[in-house]
Ligand binder design. Structure first.
Ligand code: CA
Length: 227
């Protein structure tokens, strides 16, 4: 059973979401502020955060940053009332997995949460290798010798999609649609930033990648015989 920490300061919306999410079989901890959300996180495990952006005190974006400092892989979905696209882009840059604009339909929200929870690496994913790295995507990490590198949920999802197509180019549109979701194909800069961050983790020289290769004008692929 998945536990969701929901932070929403508008009471009627929080109660409504709690009610509907519980009805769908989620365990929900509803909080009215980011501070109490972080307290709840200290007290219990969490499989997904659902965070409003506009909150009294610490904002949802600040809470997202705090979460990402401690946990790079737990999915975070932002709720935003602002029509401003920049909030959503900032949230994705800070490591949010998705965002939903208010007002939203509960069934759409639940479908998105389920999609994100399904995308989490499943237990039993075999260990593989890319270049010199041994993959342990179950635990969001890769290692070589005694060096262990933590990956974010999105970095794992990007690697999984590339690994599913060994040696083949995966287009940016495909990566955006399958990792971020339908309708996200315009966020190419966000994808490129995630790839750049991933390269800083896995490549000897991120400027001259030998593992995660760019195919200009199309997308990305994993090298087949890199070391
Ligand atoms: Ca609010």
């Amino acid at each position: 059973m998945h536990r969701i920490i929901l932070v929403e300061d508008e009471e009627h919306l929080r109660y409504g979401l709690e009610f509907n999410l519980k009805k769908e079989g989620f365990l929900v901890t509803g909080c009215s502020s980011a501070e109490s959300g972080l307290d709840a996180w200290r007290d219990s495990d969490c499989n997904l955060f659902l965070l409003d952006i506009m909150l009294p005190g610490m904002s949802g974006l600040e809470m997202l940053e705090t979460i990402r400092q401690k946990d790079q892989s737990c999915p975070v979905v932002m709720l935003t009332a602002r029509s401003d696209e920049s909030d959503a882009v900032v949230a994705l840059e800070l490591g949010a997995d998705d965002y939903v604009r208010k007002p939203f339909g509960v069934s759409e929200l639940i479908a998105r949460l389920r999609r994100i929870l399904r995308r989490l690496p499943q237990t039993g994913v075999p260990l593989g290798t890319i270049g010199p790295w041994t993959l342990d995507l179950d635990n969001y990490r890769i290692s070589r010798n005694d060096q262990v590198m933590a990956l974010t949920n999105m970095e794992c999802a990007i690697l999984q999609l590339l690994l599913a197509n060994p040696g083949a180019v995966v287009s940016r549109e495909d990566l955006l649609e399958k990792v971020w979701g339908p309708g996200m194909s315009t966020l190419t800069r966000t994808l490129d930033n995630h790839v750049a961050r991933l390269r800083r983790k896995i490549e000897l020289d991120p400027k001259e990648p030998t593992i995660l290769l760019t195919v200009h004008g199309i997308g990305y692929k994993l090298a087949t015989n890199s070391n």
